[in-house]
Ligand binder design. Structure first.
Ligand code: F3S
Length: 406
């Protein structure tokens, strides 16, 4: 792979040990995938923040970077942590976990990665433009910025995204190249999604059906909202690593192409019916009554919080089930200003920022059964808790009915 003089210098350690290691990682990946060169980026999203997934090794690495005054070269934001950094006691997070978590977030902050701790940085200040090349980790954010915004990122792991942020570059390969962004599988949607979790179930089903690196093109979705696309993308990224999808008549890249241009590239066609969607609800299921209803995977937008606030207005939650909403600190602040937080509190629910149901240590917080409108969360909760917790996917309105006093 071609390297500029400056890149060679970084590689040889001119800008410190950690930048040299970061460059080495990116060059190795670039060489493996036949990238011609590195390309500069201005934005990053760095996953591997929760102490649950990052562990002591990441904490040690970050603290060593801080000691060496290492700093990122991009506008970089952190993915969700294992707890709300302020309200962790309210969540019931164990103290020893919280102490480590705060150290991780502080260390990231010190090397220049903002502790927004959200998987929807694109709803706030870290929103790439159409065509912009970025270095994002977090599978749901990758799917969203590639598909809904038409920006370009590869599927980076946490350490890779951190390296890209440190050197301000990524190898030019994969989804950064136009030829790899064409749709390869046509998905004919032969049912009418009735709610947000039907979109999540559709994404989950397609992720499982497709081979790695396939790019689905959905046909037959007439008017998905941005939030529904967010759930769809997150689910297909979770069940099948889908990093990019197109929706005919909706998403920006396919909208700019002639129909013959993309139809020529399609290699296979899938038909999705009501029966397939039902199979997802059957798979991501449990009969155990929920201890917790968790909404906000990916993190809720302001619009979603408004919808929750409207749906719970005038109702009261039963004490048997907790009702938690996860979002970014910025959306949370706006929700408070607009009175949505107060409506959700009056119902008996809580809003937490900077964390989510999947990366919080819920198995140590007295939670066993989780209901959620997100197929991604329902898929990951049992896996991330080593089977200690169970989960079920269910539309928001049904979740609210289930935990309301009648
Ligand atoms: Fe975001 Fe956590 Fe879901 S990081 S996409 S809310 S698993």
């Amino acid at each position: 792979m071609y390297l500029t003089k400056e890149e060679e210098k970084i590689l040889s350690g001119d800008q410190g040990f950690f930048l040299s290691k970061a460059m080495k990682l990116l060059v190795t990946i670039g060489d493996l995938f036949n990238a011609d060169k590195l390309i500069q980026i201005k934005r990053s999203q760095v996953a591997g923040v929760s102490y649950k997934t990052a562990g002591d090794a990441t904490l040690e690495l970050l603290e060593a970077m801080v000691k060496e005054n290492t700093e990122v070269k991009t506008y970089a934001t952190q993915n969700p942590a294992g707890m709300d950094l302020l309200k962790w006691k309210d969540m019931g997070v164990p103290k020893d976990f919280a102490e480590k978590q705060l150290k991780i977030c502080n260390a990231y902050e010190k090397i220049g990665i903002k502790s927004t701790c959200t998987c929807t940085p694109y709803l706030s200040h870290n929103r790439p433009r159409f065509g912009e090349i970025v270095g994002f980790s977090e599978s749901s954010a990758i799917a969203f910025v590639n598909s809904v915004l038409g920006a370009r990122t590869n599927r980076h792991g946490g350490l890779e995204a951190l390296s890209a942020a440190l050197v301000g570059r990524v190898p030019l390969m994969g989804y950064l190249l136009s030829e790899n962004r064409m749709g390869s599988a046509l998905v004919k949607v032969e049912f009418e999604p009735k709610n947000e979790s039907d979109y999540a179930a559709l994404g989950y089903f397609i992720g499982k059906e497709l081979k790695v690196d396939e790019v689905p093109v959905y046909e037959g979705l007439s008017h998905p909202s941005v939030d529904e696309l967010k759930l769809l993308g997150a689910a297909s990224a979770a069940s099948g690593s889908v990093a990019l999808f197109h929706v005919v008549g909706v998403t920006p890249e396919i909208n700019r192409m002639k129909e013959s241009q993309w139809r020529n590239k399609i290699g296979c066609t899938l038909h999705v019916t009501e029966k397939d969607i039902k199979s997802v609800y059957d798979e991501l299921s449990t009969n155990e009554h929920p201890d917790l209803i968790a909404i906000g995977c990916p993190h809720c937008s302001l619009q979603e919080i408004k919808e929750i606030a409207t749906s719970v207005s005038g109702r009261k939650k039963s004490s048997k089930t907790e009702f938690w909403v996860f979002t970014s600190p910025e959306v949370s602040k706006n929700a408070e200003k607009l009175g949505y937080t107060q409506s959700i509190s009056a119902f008996g629910g809580k809003i937490f920022g900077q964390t989510c149901i999947v990366v919080a240590p819920i198995e140590d917080m007295g939670i066993r059964s989780v209901y959620t409108n997100s197929a991604k969360a329902a898929f990951y909760v049992p896996r991330m808790t080593k089977g200690k917790c169970v989960a079920r996917v269910m539309p928001l309105k049904e979740c609210i009915d289930l935990c309301s006093l009648h």
